[in-house]
Write a protein that binds this ligand. Structure first.
Ligand SMILES: Cc1cc2nc3c(=O)[nH]c(=O)nc-3n(C[C@H](O)[C@H](O)[C@H](O)COP(=O)(O)OP(=O)(O)OC[C@H]3O[C@@H](n4cnc5c(N)ncnc54)[C@H](O)[C@@H]3O)c2cc1C
Length: 375
């Protein structure tokens, strides 16, 4: 968000609660819809050094790994490829670019605690880990603080996240010598797995999602490899071998949450804070990046036309512009969650439908998603 603003000449301060940026052991697929935004920020080259351009998607059966559908992608023909990379690497690329902008200030180790707004702007109280605090004033505040957003709570929408009954186990394995880099999706009863190469092809990111009886709040906890081995006991030999080679398992309980009002006066919400997306379409980070592009454009237009007075209207326009798309992506992710995890005999119908649909059919189905461009 800060980069999108700064590139349009709007000074931004990033407030991050944690004392460091970065996330180990987790990969991200960045599809062309948000990849175009990153390219527009001149990040193509740094991304090329760390990301892998995917050559497509293969959907497989859980128990024997047989392919149900193959959707090829041709990165050499695309201006913006379908990228796969480590979350940590994306953070580093963004952070390096932000540090190079004189109109971005980074405040690390301070969390937004209190907010008040009036017709001149927004005041926030930031609290640090040792209890020290400072106050901060700006023309507007953009809450990009994730699923458990404090800004969302403070701006009046405290409807709680709801546990989905699923958890995601994520780890990295050494790279596999298996030809063209692709995203692999394995569908099983009450579980699925996704793996793809990251770190410029040196590592494989592996995610296993399974049903779970209890939720744990928060971002992550460590997972026991022996427990994971039981979860994949009935999987194909390939998937079991990949799981055994992976290390550093981290477990996320998966929560869903109703979309929030994305704008209230001079306060806007963005990404998971506004509309958390279940990871069954790999779009949460992409939507956050799209949000940022749209909001920055509208704010820049408003500031140029009306000065600081235009901020609330720009934020309201952002909420209106994004509403239908984020709702559609949220619903498409939920729908994938329902079909991915079907058990026998419903899974037979699903597998048949996937075979009939084929790669071209799937590609057409998601045209609306991946071909998105900001106005
Ligand atoms: C298993 C799994 C796989 C996924 N795979 C993909 C994928 O392939 N592609 C994809 O696009 N998405 C994927 N996602 C979704 C994606 O991870 C999220 O949608 C994305 O991280 C949301 O970004 P965000 O910036 O909105 O929030 P977050 O990434 O949660 O970042 C919020 C930030 O705000 C900070 N913060 C919190 N509270 C405060 C406060 N009070 N003050 C200051 N700072 C604060 C936090 O420390 C954090 O750094 C996946 C998710 C999961 C669980």
């Amino acid at each position: 968000m800060a980069l999108s603003l700064a590139r349009r000449g709007i000074a931004a301060t990033v407030i991050e609660k944690r004392t460091g940026f970065g996330e180990l052991g987790a990969g991200l697929q960045i599809s062309p819809n948000s990849g175009r935004v990153l390219d527009g920020l001149d990040l193509t080259l740094p991304l090329k050094r760390v990301a892998v351009s995917s050559h497509g998607l293969v959907i497989r059966r859980w128990n024997d790994g047989r392919a149900l559908l193959e959707m090829p992608s041709h990165p050499e023909r695309l201006t913006t490829p379908y990228r796969a990379l480590k979350r940590n690497d994306l953070h580093t690329v963004l952070l390096d670019a932000a540090r190079a902008m004189p109109n971005i200030r980074l405040v690390i180790g301070r969390g937004v605690d209190e907010i008040t707004q009036d017709e001149t702007g927004v005041s926030t109280t930031l609290t640090g880990q040792n209890g020290q605090w400072e106050s901060f004033h700006g023309l507007g505040l953009i809450g990009a603080d994730g699923l458990w957003s404090r800004v969302r709570d403070l701006s009046g929408d405290a409807s709680p996240p709801v546990f989905t009954g699923f958890e995601a186990w994520r780890a990295l394995a050494p790279a596999r010598a298996t030809g063209t880099p692709r995203v692999n999706l394995h569908l099983g009863p009450g579980r699925h797995a996704v793996h793809y190469p990251v770190a410029a092809g040196h590592q494989t990111n592996l995610v296993i999602v399974r049903r779970a009886s209890e939720a744990r709040e928060g971002w992550t906890r460590e997972g026991d490899a022996a427990v994971l081995a039981q979860h994949v006991a009935g999987a194909s030999p390939d998937l079991r071998a990949l799981s055994a080679a992976a290390s550093g398992w981290q477990v996320w309980s998966l929560f869903d949450r109703k979309p929030a009002a994305m704008a209230r006066g001079r306060i806007a919400l963005l990404g998971d804070a506004a509309h958390p997306v279940l990871p069954f379409l790999a779009q949460g980070a992409s939507l956050a990046i799209e949000d940022a592009a749209v909001l920055a454009r509208l704010l820049a237009q408003a500031l140029e036309a009306e000065g600081a007075r235009g901020v609330p209207a720009a934020m309201a326009a952002y909420a209106t512009t994004r509403a239908a798309r984020v709702a559609r992506v949220q619903e498409a992710s939920r729908s994938n969650g329902r079909t991915f995890h079907l058990g026998w005999p419903l899974s037979i119908g699903r597998d048949l439908a996937l075979r009939r649909l084929g790669g071209d059919g799937l590609s057409r189905r998601y045209g609306w998603l991946y071909q998105w461009r900001d106005a």
